[in-house]
Unconditional design. Sequence first.
Length: 569
Amino acid sequence: MLEKDAVARRRWQERFPYILIDEYQDTNTAQYKLVRLLGEHRNVCATGDPDQAIYGWRGADIKNILNFKTDFHKDGDPVTEIKLEQNYRSTQVILRAAQGVIENNTERLDKTIRTENAEGKPITMLSVDDELDESYAIAAAIERFHQSGKPYGETAVFYRTNAMSRVLEDALRRRAIPYQLHGGTRFYDREEVKHVVAYLKLLVNPRDSGALSRIINVPKRGIGDTTLDQLTGFADEQLVAPTEVLERPELLQQVAVGRAAGPLNDFSRLWRLLKTLPLGDPPACVRGVIDLTNLGSHYKDLPPAECEDRVGNMREVITAAEQYRESEPSGGLVGFLEQVGLNAEVGKREDREAGQDRVQMMTLHAAKGLEFPLVFIAGLEEGLLPLIRGKQIEADKLEEERRLMYVGITRAMKELYLSRARCRGLYGQTFHFPPSRFLEEVPSTCFTSRDATGKHPVPDPTPPPGQRRQTMQQSRDEAKAAVAAALDSGLIKKGSNLRPTTQVGDDRPADGDQLQPGQRIIHATFGRGTVAVLRGPPDARVAIIEFDKHGAKELQLNFALPKITLAGS
């Protein structure tokens, strides 16, 4: 209307003779057009910081603030620019670090932040073995800070993705450190995580009606409340569990009628597949649930970033299960679910009892506008921060990731810890990310370095640190050697998208193996392929299979074998 109706445009320009816009770097295209139309009188004051433009993923355009001077310039009457470069929050060393990082961006307005505050403590760089060491080191430092007389609420822990909060939450819970997720939800209270846990609960207790009602239509499969009521009602009449109706064709055919027939039959087939998962192997069960149910599709209509975040949280349950198996090798799925339930209950109790003095945990995006005397930024690794999806990162996205790092650093008032892990379990995989490029951009004079390798600050039920690292390294070496041998023999094609996981065991054929390297097989989902590598202990055997049309896949044989038949050469 404002573009097409000159009378209306003049009326509204007169209605707002002066316009002030805050956080102008976060404006989107529609807001920009409104400002240009209403602000033709040029009585426009915009405040903002291009170095804190971190919302491009939701439509904000940094060019709006970068072009402000030219957008509102008139001959002989230029735009007035006032640089607010003095910082009243942080120490000098923290600001030098932030300036060293952000100066590597090209899309910015030149400014140099300064302060009259003290020099302050050097930034502590924590180099650790893995995500467990990282979480323990952070928890120990928070406890020391609190024991010096400081409230927990003066501390914040930042991370790039929501899934990273789980292991950090676990470490704080071990030390009984109260915490709050700012702008988020505790890991085991997240909807998508509850879906995964509900499937697992149903596996160990097929009579769990609450779990069944939660997952029977997740992802959507056309089973509504009416059909669920019919299924449970019929099961009650037969004095059996609803899942037993799904398993017995003579019972299923009596309730799977009309419109409900197709969805119930499909769910029956899925349930019978889920029942083949090995309850003694929690990670295999979690992987099987996520993959067999295609749970990620439940969020396919969400914005891509949110969908990826939800799927990442689900797959992080695999990492939780793997860490549980390391600490309790004979625990099985029942034990893992008991631990999950305990963690969830402890979290609820802490929320009731902790009051306001709690460590603040949040993603870097949620940290904008806040400040804390003590700040930790976890996961300073290439691939996590900057977050790289795919093989490489585009220039504009890299600059936004750098601005995110800048925002994180400048939230710290007095003390800042940066941490990186040499090996990280995340999303059910083991990653070996190099150090973040942003660490190299911080002037070396800002740092004091601490190697926290293997130094667990609290008693832990997991194997001794040295033993755990040795086992992980042995596993990685075995996996690499196995893949290299398969490449040399031609069983795996070069360029296959294959990530060796941390799996302990021998990569040679075992007496009980039903498959052998070099065999041709047919998989119900992936079609024809060739067995390349077998590895892992007998109760958790893994096969790497090079499929003709889908490339190399790594399959847990405990639940993959029912879908595999032998084929000719």
